[in-house]
Design a protein around this ligand. Structure first.
Ligand code: DX5
Ligand code: ZN
Length: 220
């Protein structure tokens, strides 16, 4: 399987949301990445349920929902009802991660766990078979358009080895600062899913930017 590309709607034009969703529908992208922020876990507020609902109505690809909120257990049912396919919580925002991951899977969603840049992958050792996706943050969460943290390559390799040793098959997702200049290096290091916000939507031709990051030829 080749790698997956998940454009982050955080960088879309919110006044032309349906247009930008249709662009992704018609593109070679694989998932929609939706960043939900509460202004407490991260120093920014993005969008909540009504906007996720509006996106879900038009999106024709799986919804990868990234919760940057404290105590995410409170909203597992709500995001399931909205149509989330992957639901990712932050290890730093969750007191009982094992229970939270099980609750997400019990709803039939893929369970994701995100690690901030300061959290080592070793924190996941004792839940190694309990998640379907691990999101390695390659910027500090809260904002799009930040600079990629180079240490991430090493983290991908460490995570890849840990999953192999644990006999687990979770996908490794990279979120933050991904673009034309580093996507291939991340895939080489072992990444399965690349999130791309500004590199997709700040491009004059988002569909072409997506093809570039999928490793597909782009017509001149
Ligand atoms: C950051 C979000 C990212 C963000 C990435 O907190 O989790 O998904 O949209 O944006 P770029 O790709 O612009 O770094
Ligand atoms: Zn995200």
């Amino acid at each position: 399987m080749g790698h997956l590309l998940a454009p982050s709607i955080l960088a879309a034009d919110f006044a032309n949301l349906q247009r930008d969703i249709e662009t992704v529908n018609a593109s070679d992208a694989d998932w929609f990445h939706l960043d939900v922020m509460d202004g407490v876990f991260v120093p920014n507020i993005s969008f909540g349920m009504p906007v996720v609902q509006a996106i879900a109505k038009h999106a024709q690809k799986p919804l990868d929902v990234h919760l940057m909120i404290v105590d995410p257990d409170r909203y597992i049912d709500a995001f399931h009802a909205l149509g989330a396919d992957v639901l990712t919580v932050h290890i730093e925002a969750t007191t009982h991660l094992h229970r939270t991951l099980q609750a997400i899977r019990a709803k039939g969603m893929k369970a994701g766990v995100a690690l901030n840049p300061h959290s080592p992958v070793s924190l996941l050792q004792d839940v190694i078979g309990e998640f379907d996706l691990v999101c390695l943050m390659s910027v500090n969460p809260g904002f799009g358009g930040q600079k990629f943290i180079e240490r991430t390559y090493q983290k991908v390799r460490e995570m890849r080895a840990m999953l192999y040793e644990g006999g687990a098959s979770a996908l490794i997702e990279i979120d933050g600062g991904v673009g034309a200049d580093n996507w291939a290096k991340l895939v080489d290091a072992g990444a399965d899913v690349l999130v791309a916000g500004s590199s997709t939507f700040n491009s004059p031709a988002p569909a072409d930017a997506i093809r570039v990051m999928k490793g597909l030829p782009v017509d001149a």
